[in-house]
Ligand binder design. Structure first.
Ligand code: ZN
Ligand code: ZN
Ligand code: ZN
Length: 135
């Protein structure tokens, strides 16, 4: 029985987001990423690549979540797994989640939310007004 060995799930969010692209068949927002993407709205398979994003990913500076040493990612894909050269921790670099700011139409409170394709209903935290958000 050994319960002190906990597996720590270390991860860092990448700061570099691929360009926001629309689906060529339905004009909806595609999920954020590169490679084979599947449109959440019309299910079309779209192949996306972007050399500038790949290069920025390769050269992105990431601080180790354990010892804070700054590493160069050296990997041109997200998510990816890195090992810190200083403390040997292995951690995940997750894809950047694009955020958008929206304003509640009834009380004008500003909210930040993750930008995901499709329609979502949210309740304003200030006035409880139901908003329907579409990207
Ligand atoms: Zn589509
Ligand atoms: Zn480290
Ligand atoms: Zn409101």
């Amino acid at each position: 029985m050994n319960s002190d060995e906990e597996i720590e799930q270390l991860s860092v969010e990448s700061r570099i987001a691929p360009p926001s692209l629309t689906c060529p068949s339905c004009d909806g927002l595609l999920p954020s990423g590169l490679g084979e993407l599947s449109c959440k709205l019309c299910k079309a398979e779209v192949k996306v690549d972007h050399a500038i994003t790949r290069k920025s990913w390769l050269e992105e500076k990431i601080s180790c979540p354990k010892c804070n040493k700054v590493l160069i990612a050296g990997v041109d894909d997200r998510p990816c797994t890195l090992q810190c050269g200083s403390c040997d921790s292995i951690f995940d670099v997750t894809a950047n989640i694009p955020k958008v700011e929206i304003t509640c139409p009834s009380c004008e409170r500003r909210m930040r939310m993750n930008k995901r394709p499709g329609v979502r209903k949210i309740a304003c935290p200030s006035c409880q007004e139901e908003l329907s958000v579409k990207f």
